[in-house]
Design a protein around this ligand. Sequence first.
Ligand SMILES: [Zn+2]
Length: 333
Amino acid sequence: MFSSHAGFRYRTLAAMRSCQQGTPMNYRGRFAPSPTGDLHFGSLVTATASYLDARANNGQWLLRIEDVDKTRTVPGAADQILHTLEAFGFAWDGPVWMQSQRDAAYLAALEQLAARGLLYPCQCSRSQIAAAAVHSLTDGSLLYPGTCRPVKGSMHVLTEFAPSAAWRLRVDDQRVICFDDLLQGTFCEQLGLEVGDFVLRRADGLFAYQLAVVVDDAEQGVNAVVRGADLLGSTARQMYLQQCLGYPQPVYAHLPLATDAYGKKWSKKRLAPALQPAEAGLLLWHALRFLGQPVPDELAGAAPGELWNWALQHWALAQVPHCITLRTPAALI
Ligand SMILES: [Zn+2]
């Protein structure tokens, strides 16, 4: 009697685990580059993994240009990105989404949060926040000290919006947000100690990246996010926003970040080399190897179509190295 009960419990837990960690039904993934310059090897790694994971799961792969920060957009970069992706043989589903055209949707989400008393205006300068000298427990970065946080329950409507104020989201100080990343394992973060109330609309009137990503993923029905490990630290904030807005939560897989020859993140001074369509076959081969896929030596430099044929038959997300950073292959630097 006892053993059958224990067996039932085991099966139930196993089923819950596979449900949490497995890939979703009706898979919808996406690739979401920022048009701040040319695509580089790191972008190719992310595009390749998100594309193959979607296609291997009979899913859709959407393309979104993340140009919500209009001050960083480089003219012509979005078109260049689309041309490069086409030259490498990527094929996306549906129209390309542009964040710069989505202000109404982001404003509607802010209004929903404001109506729940979760938003408040903040006019603190960077130096005022620095003077408070409160640091994040995780990386030592500045934590917003809550200077402008109103008493709980007070409401601010967006018509009160002052041109020079940022709007911050009140985080739940006690809540610990955990998620099982398909590659990096379990991550937990207590936003109150590690981030503080974060900005959703900046003082210059632009919507924050965290808000745009969450609203777009929900409206596009994205249920699987495969992206670079540089965004691992944003995931808890995005999940908190999903919870506040009543959105479903995608599964996440954070890929190793391609670093320079010294094992460091590519810097603004020393940019990763731009992808050259003439070298598509060789670059794709290196991207597959970087992602732990045992693509044969003889396919190095083959036509992109041949590489995609091999990759679609052999893709295994579990073979991607479970690490945060990985050096860009020496041949490409
Ligand atoms: Zn403030």
